[in-house]
Ligand binder design. Structure first.
Ligand SMILES: Cc1cc2nc3c(=O)[nH]c(=O)nc-3n(C[C@H](O)[C@H](O)[C@H](O)COP(=O)(O)OP(=O)(O)OC[C@H]3O[C@@H](n4cnc5c(N)ncnc54)[C@H](O)[C@@H]3O)c2cc1C
Length: 528
């Protein structure tokens, strides 16, 4: 069975669908004016894309492999495949810096065409950057160009099929170029859901989710993406890898785990087999209020350790709650104080009711105050909207960016305090540092920070200094440098602090085996 699907492009220097972009709401604009002052910073409208460096003979050979219409060197296409969607990526695009533009964008339609491009790239020493949705926020699409004959953006946009469904085992095999909504639509036609809803859901792809170990907003119920993957197919410069022939195996270390999080540096993921669930019949989201962040976090731990996790579970700290960041429609409105928790339940009505009753009893017993369904509905309604708000804030001179980490429960208070302090010190006043617990496990949780500061004359350098300070604080606290955004180029300097030089050496050895001439995403994950 093969179903097709289609998609739309994002704006090159903003998030998402240009039709959904909107100026700041009056309440938010008033708040910005009061805290930071307004400083209009329009993006450049005329930008120059550096010319493609590729020889005509190379382009002709790629056209021979894929067809002329799937080998693109026009400025518009190459601009759209330049970097990802971190705030520095957007700021560089806004300033007209397209130095990282690929020399060509190629669009293979199958595993065999991907393999053929890799074989050609090895022979001609071309750097190859797999491109899914382009939502990387860690420099995962900014491959090193020095020493290569050119940079090829390998766009997976034509690989959008649902390849197989196994109703008995409840698995589905998807091609890598499917964006979140496209994958969900194809699965919904089969009565199934993947249940993976990161904030970038509307634009990120199945291959990208696997390559970065993404985690979605419903991870408490469905699991993070790497936990959903049961099988993978990848094309590497040394040949094909097909992994995952059973739900579990003792046949040595699990090589699927080498591909998950490999960020295009070991191979191009060309198919992903995932565990799926029936489409939920009922969805209920609601709010709880806690007197402090510590009290709410302890309640999350209690739920996780009791095996009572709802489908959605997130908790904003006092600062994030006061700004209503969990409810983008209400930003700038007065908040009721404390810390807002969102709980959500999805599934069969009986199962939803049973879980909700049990969770309610625990949360009430721990001192949580129920807020009803309105905050939950508001969160669900605005859950994919916050990235548009970032663009509107960048427009008026506010620097906005996020970072994430994770640690064990016992270390969470220290991690929270240290990262917050590092960001506040690095960014100076006025700065807002907001945080929420975004993902929970029996043994720990992920902390997701959002900052807002007045932009300096060089906002990219301003953020990179703050990010370095926060990253130093994260590794000093013994936490992970990334819970779900991956390593890319941005986190690479801190990777050895987490996995040791020997650990980095193991990654290098894997790369040397699969990609001996180093054509795949040079500089991403491991140094060339
Ligand atoms: C506004 C915003 C919100 C976000 N929210 C979340 C969130 O809630 N949770 C979360 O986990 N992440 C989030 N992210 C991060 C981002 O969406 C993820 O990293 C995403 O998983 C990347 O998918 P993509 O298809 O966009 O991949 P891309 O950005 O195109 O690529 C990411 C990396 O994977 C490689 N790659 C892509 N496809 C393949 C493939 N088929 N084979 C091998 N390598 C490949 C690329 O070369 C690159 O190194 C957010 C990002 C933004 C901008």
């Amino acid at each position: 069975m093969v179903h097709e699907s289609s998609s739309a492009e994002m704006h090159p220097s903003r998030w998402g669908d240009p039709a959904q972009a909107a100026p700041l709401a009056d309440s938010a604009r008033g708040l910005v004016e009061m805290v930071f002052g307004l400083d209009e910073r329009p993006a450049l409208t005329e930008v120059v894309v550096p010319p493609s460096r590729l020889e005509p003979a190379i382009l002709a050979a790629l056209e021979e492999l894929l067809g002329r219409e799937h080998v693109l060197t026009d400025d518009g296409t190459r601009r759209l495949r330049t970097r990802g969607k971190s705030t520095p990526d957007l700021l560089r695009q806004r300033a007209g810096d397209l130095a990282d533009a690929p020399d060509v964008v190629v669009r293979p339609s199958s595993h065999d065409e991907v393999a053929a491009v890799l074989t050609y790239a090895v022979a001609h020493h071309l750097a190859v950057v797999p491109f899914g949705g382009g939502t990387s926020v860690t420099g995962g699409l900014v491959a090193r160009r020095e020493g290569y004959e050119g940079v090829v953006s390998l766009d997976l946009v034509r690989m959008k099929r649902l390849l197989a469904v196994d109703r008995v085992s409840m698995t589905a095999t998807l091609e890598p170029g499917l964006r979140g909504p496209e994958a969900e639509a194809l699965l919904a036609a089969e009565g199934m859901t993947l249940g993976h809803f990161p904030q970038s859901f509307e634009h990120a792809t199945i291959g990208g989710f696997a390559a970065t170990r993404s985690s979605g907003q419903s991870s408490a119920g469905y699991g993070r993406f790497d936990a959903l993957v049961v099988g993978l197919r990848a094309a590497t410069p040394r040949g094909e890898l097909v992994l995952g022939s059973a739900p579990a195996s003792a046949a040595g270390p699990d090589l699927r785990q080498l591909l998950l999080g490999s960020e295009g540096a070991f191979g191009v993921i060309t198919a992903v087999t995932v565990r799926v669930r029936p489409v939920p019949v009922e969805k209920v989201y609601e709010g709880w209020r806690w007197p402090t962040f510590d009290a709410g976090r302890d309640a999350m731990r209690t739920l996780a350790q009791a095996g009572l996790l709802p489908t959605v579970l997130r908790l904003s700290d006092e600062a994030e709650t006061s700004l209503n960041l969990a409810r983008p429609d209400a930003i700038g409105d007065a908040s009721d104080g404390g810390c807002l928790m969102i709980t959500g339940y999805e599934g069969e009505p009986d199962a939803v009711a049973a879980k909700r009753t049990a969770v309610t009893a625990v949360l009430t017993g721990l001192g949580g105050v129920p807020q009803g369904e309105e905050p939950g509905r508001s969160w669900a309604h605005g859950r994919f909207h916050a990235p548009y708000l970032r663009d509107s804030l960048l427009d008026v001179g506010v620097l906005v960016e996020t970072l994430e980490t994770a640690t064990f429960w016992s270390n969470a208070p220290r991690l929270y305090a240290d990262v917050k302090s590092a960001l506040e010190t690095a960014l100076g006043s006025p700065t807002l540092v907001l945080c929420h617990v975004s993902h929970v496990y029996e043994t720990g949780c992920s902390l997701y920070f959002t900052i807002a500061a007045k932009q300096s004359d060089d906002p990219v350098a301003q953020w990179l200094a703050a990010k370095a300070a926060a990253s130093d604080a994260i590794v000093a606290a013994g936490a992970t440098i990334t819970h779900h955004h991956a390593v890319g180029t941005d986190h690479r300097p801190w990777l050895a602090a987490e996995i040791g030089d020997l650990g980095v050496g193991v990654l290098r050895a894997v790369k040397a085996e699969l990609d001996p001439t180093g054509i795949l995403n040079p500089g991403i994950l491991v140094a060339p």
